[in-house]
Structures are given as structure tokens and as C-alpha cells.
Design a protein around this ligand. Structure first.
Ligand SMILES: Nc1ncnc2c1ncn2[C@@H]1O[C@H](COP(=O)(O)OP(=O)(O)OP(=O)(O)O)[C@@H](O)[C@H]1O
Ligand SMILES: [Mg+2]
Length: 320
């Protein structure tokens, strides 16, 4: 049995599209990332899965319970970190978690132990007495995650768990999520690409309310990075530079990037997969005396991924 099974999940806000026809399954022990730009439908999907509101059509089962017919059982199976965590700022961390343990129905005999364990798990012990108001954003986020964990849920649904955190906190929260994922099922949302490759076992890419890809991060990157792209900054006669580089084996195309005066000496070079042309480009540029200033692989952006996947959807995947 799958932990999560969504069948044709669809949500319209009046006539406005939330998400359309999402079907997917998630197995126990997976960490699945919903990846999509603003407004693509990540929060809408999570709100349906957590029974915040019902779907317009379609349904989903969480641990075998239907989100439309059995919302109470679904809520018991789920811990949810909403997009903005509504914390009670004037409560100290420990009291706040005790309060929520009670709300979540943790039996009073187990409550103390559960709260202490959860605080320890989320690295909150040293802040047990601190008012939530006085915590940094990252630690507030940890309190939100602790709150989601209190009922010891099978499934954790985390809406942008690392948003607004500094790089150190992001790493800590990612590690925490990975650790949590080892014993339960986690769905998280993000619009940051590295987030999914670092944390998730599978990625669901949502674009304009529709699911356009679901796969492991490695497979997706392989599908997308069929044209590795290199950035070059060098001073040289434009036409000659482009002509020379374009003539190199494994170079598909060379373009001067045209995003304002500061970018005048930047070139974008598309290469064959596994072309290994970096050292050849460097050699040619240096030998010609074109003042090599920068040469590096260009990270693929989320936008490029969408463009690539949507193009693939329309034209069929390109041969490898
Ligand atoms: N309460 C609402 N009423 C009307 N439309 C809504 C409502 N909530 C969301 N939408 C619309 O549904 C679509 C999906 O929004 P959603 O919040 O699910 O996106 P998201 O992927 O979570 O975006 P973000 O990355 O900005 O959090 C958007 O077009 C949004 O405008
Ligand atoms: Mg959202």
C-alpha cells in the first residue's frame, strides 16, 4: 500500500485554477519535493492533502484514509508545517509544545516525554525556556517542525521549510528533514532547485497547476542537462572569438549574452553532453591573447528546467 495516493486531484478557486488533475503515489520512507515557481500550486496541493479544504474533484488517500471521506483519520496521520507558521509568540518553546501536544491528543502520560524528545530532535533543548518571539527565524521554523512532529505522524508535509533561513540554518534544517525522512514519509515544497537534489529522493515538478514531471533528481538532471552550458568571460574581437570557439569539436553554439553593458564580454557556450570542452576553450582563448577572465559551467535554472520539460512534453523526449 502506498502512503500517499493522489487521483486526479483538482482545485479551482471559483473559476481560478489552483491545480488540475494531479495523480501520483508516494511510498513509505520517501522524501518527495514539490518543485515549482510561485503560484504553481504547491500550497494548494498540500492544503488538500492536509484536509485544509476539499478538492474540487478527484481525491487522495493518506495511509489508506480518504481525504474527502475520512479527514479526521487523515489529520491524525499527518504533521503539517504550513507556509507561514502561526506561532504563539508570547509562549516559551516548551510550554508551547506542551500545549500543542495536548491539542494533538498526545495522552497526558506521554506528553512530557514526547515534548522533550521532539525538542531534542529539532535541536531546541537550549531554547526550551525562551519566548518564541525572541527566537531567530530558523529556530521558529524548528518550532514549527517540532509542532508538526508532536503527534508522531506517519507523514510530514512541510511547505517551504527552508524559506527565509540563512545558509547555515538551511543546511541544519535539510539534515533534520533527511533524518526525519528515514523513518516516515515527507513531502516538502520549494522553488529552489538545489534543495530538491540535496534533500529529496524524488521530485515532482509542478507548473501552472499541472504535474509535468516526477522522477529522481538524478534522472531529471540527466533528462535536462543534455546541453551543458558554459559561461565564458573574455576580451577579444567578438566575431573572431565566436567563430573560433564555435569551430571547436563538441561546441554546439556560442552566443554573446546581451543583458546590459556589464555583460558585454560574457559568452554562453552550449556543448555536447559529456563534451569535456572546458580545457580546450581555455587553451584557445589564452593562446589567442583574449584575456580569459572567467570560465565555468552555468548552473541550470528552474526556468530552463520548465522550458525544457514543457518542450519535451510537447515534442516528445529528445533522443539521448
Ligand atoms: N485562496 C485563494 N483564492 C484564490 N486563488 C488562490 C487562493 N490560493 C491560491 N490561489 C491561486 O492558486 C494558484 C496556486 O497557488 P499556490 O498558493 O498553491 O501556489 P504555490 O505553488 O504554493 O506558490 P508559492 O511558491 O508562491 O507559495 C495561484 O494561481 C494562486 O493565485
Ligand atoms: Mg506556496
Amino acid at each position: 500500500m502506498y502512503t500517499i495516493e493522489a487521483e486526479h486531484l483538482t482545485k479551482f478557486y471559483g473559476s481560478a485554477r489552483g491545480v488540475v488533475d494531479l495523480s501520483f503515489t508516494v511510498e513509505r520512507g520517501e522524501i518527495v519535493g514539490f518543485l515549482g515557481p510561485n503560484g504553481s500550486g504547491k500550497t494548494t496541493t498540500m492544503r488538500m492533502l492536509t484536509c485544509f479544504f476539499p478538492p474540487t474533484s478527484g481525491t487522495a488517500r493518506i495511509c489508506g484514509h480518504d481525504i474527502v471521506r475520512e479527514p479526521l483519520a487523515v489529520r491524525r496521520a499527518i504533521g503539517y508545517l504550513p507556509e507561514s507558521v502561526p506561532l504563539y509568540l508570547d509562549m516559551p518553546v516548551r510550554s508551547y509544545l506542551h500545549f500543542f501536544a495536548e491539542v494533538k491528543g498526545v495522552p497526558s502520560r506521554q506528553r512530557r516525554q514526547r515534548v522533550e524528545e521532539t525538542m531534542q530532535r529539532c535541536g531546541l533543548e537550549q531554547y526550551a525556556h525562551r519566548l518564541i518571539r525572541k527566537l531567530s527565524k530558523g529556530y521558529r521554523q524548528r518550532v514549527g517542525i517540532a509542532q508538526a512532529l508532536l503527534g508522531d505522524p506517519e507523514v510530514l508535509i512541510l511547505d517551504e521549510p527552508t524559506i527565509g533561513l540563512d545558509p547555515r540554518q538551511i543546511i541544519e534544517i535539510r539534515n533534520l528533514i533527511k533524518e526525519l525522512g528515514s523513518s516516515r514519509t515527507v513531502i516538502l515544497s520549494t522553488h529552489i532547485l538545489p534543495e530538491v537534489s540535496m534533500t529529496c529522493t524524488r521530485v515532482m515538478i509542478i507548473h501552472e497547476g499541472r504535474l509535468i514531471a516526477i522522477d529522481t533528481p538524478d534522472n531529471l538532471m540527466r533528462r535536462i542537462q543534455q546541453t551543458p552550458r558554459i559561461l565564458l568571460r573574455a576580451h577579444g574581437p567578438e566575431h573572431e572569438l565566436i567563430r573560433t570557439l564555435a569551430a571547436l569539436p563538441n561546441v554546439r553554439s556560442v552566443q554573446r549574452t546581451s543583458t546590459g553593458a556589464a555583460a558585454l564580454d560574457y559568452y554562453q557556450i552550449d556543448t555536447e553532453p559529456d563534451g569535456q570542452v572546458m580545457s580546450e576553450i581555455a587553451r584557445v582563448v589564452v593562446e589567442a591573447g583574449w584575456q580569459l577572465q572567467e570560465l565555468r559551467p552555468l548552473d541550470i535554472t528552474l526556468e530552463q528546467i520548465f522550458i525544457q520539460l514543457i518542450t519535451d512534453e510537447q515534442t516528445g523526449p529528445r533522443p539521448c
